[in-house]
Design a binder for this molecule. Structure first.
Ligand SMILES: NC(=O)C1=CN([C@@H]2O[C@H](COP(=O)(O)OP(=O)(O)OC[C@H]3O[C@@H](n4cnc5c(N)ncnc54)[C@H](OP(=O)(O)O)[C@@H]3O)[C@@H](O)[C@H]2O)C=CC1
Ligand SMILES: O=C(O)C1=N[C@H](C(=O)O)C[C@H](O)C1
Length: 242
């Protein structure tokens, strides 16, 4: 049986993952939060899952590298520097980084890429997301993932096109930009809509997570898939063969 080490165990996702592990035929090797011994955990586990905070990433990757234990990084709010750290770790150990572990969102990203590819630049792309009042990062990791899919469909990158929030005298919308808006409130598990606003018509591709359980189930599915994989950087689309 695959033994999963949970980093961020007392958090909302850590608790949801711990609850679902037995249902998916795995066991829990151990669990840590801030101050816990993640190197020992990495030695004890077949695979690690990290749902913590960006500031924890460096130490989490270091533990995975030391023990040569694959790691699923679900933490969001990552910067370009964090992605460089992930690339470096992936040269020595299997790392799956994803802004979402949802099957539905992973498929949505494909649809968004195709829509962006087929619709011309006169179709403006705007991404709106809503999450619970406790979420600390914005836009969500999923919004960025969907934005990257849209940008790839257009043959560009988010670095060149993203506009995050608007206020005041913004001027008219710049062509080929991809806009992001974030709403926070209540207990919303995760809603995302990608708008394609064209001349005289509008296409909306949306996903609604009804509970955190879907992310936990996806995280454990990803961990079971990643355990035993060779060094490299993987995505949720690899797990789901999408
Ligand atoms: N990819 C996906 O599908 C999903 C990703 N997420 C992301 O997962 C992350 C966690 O979300 P959520 O569970 O709601 O957040 P919570 O704030 O509920 O939990 C975060 C947990 O991480 C722990 N933690 C913080 N810093 C460290 C550290 N340096 N080392 C070890 N543990 C640490 C906290 O423990 P302590 O209190 O001791 O600091 C806490 O237990 C967020 O980035 C969120 O966006 C969430 C849902 C789905
Ligand atoms: O913090 C959350 O809760 C979630 N975070 C992820 C994100 O930033 O996209 C995934 C999911 O939407 C829930």
């Amino acid at each position: 049986m695959t033994a999963i080490g949970i980093i961020g165990s007392a958090g909302r996702m850590g608790q949801a993952i711990a609850a679902i592990v037995p249902d998916l035929g795995a066991t829990i090797a151990g669990a840590v939060d801030s101050g816990g011994d993640r190197v020992q955990l990495a030695h004890d586990a077949d695979v690690l899952v990290d749902f913590t905070a960006p500031s924890a990433l460096e130490a989490n990757l270091a533990a995975a590298r030391l023990a040569r234990t694959p790691i699923v990084v679900g933490t969001t709010g990552l910067s370009a520097t964090h992605h460089v750290m992930i690339d470096a770790a992936a040269e020595e150990v299997a790392v799956l980084q994803t802004g979402t572990t949802s099957l539905g969102v992973t498929l949505l990203a494909r649809l968004v890429r195709e829509a962006a590819e087929r619709l011309g630049p006169e179709w403006d792309i705007e991404i709106v997301e809503m999450h619970h009042r406790h979420k600390v990062d914005a836009p969500s990791g999923t919004a960025f993932l969907l934005g990257e899919a849209a940008a790839a469909g257009r043959g560009t990158t988010l670095a060149d096109t993203a506009v995050i929030g608007r206020a005041g005298l913004t001027g008219a919308r710049a062509e080929e930009t991809i806009g992001f808006s974030s709403l926070r409130g209540g207990t919303v598990a995760g809603d995302h809509t990608v708008f394609f606003a064209g001349p005289g018509e509008r296409l909306e591709l949306a996903h609604r997570a009804e509970s955190r359980e879907i992310f936990a189930r996806g995280a454990v599915t990803a961990a079971l898939w990643l355990a035993g994989k060779p060094a490299g950087r993987y995505r949720m689309a690899d797990v789901l063969d999408l």
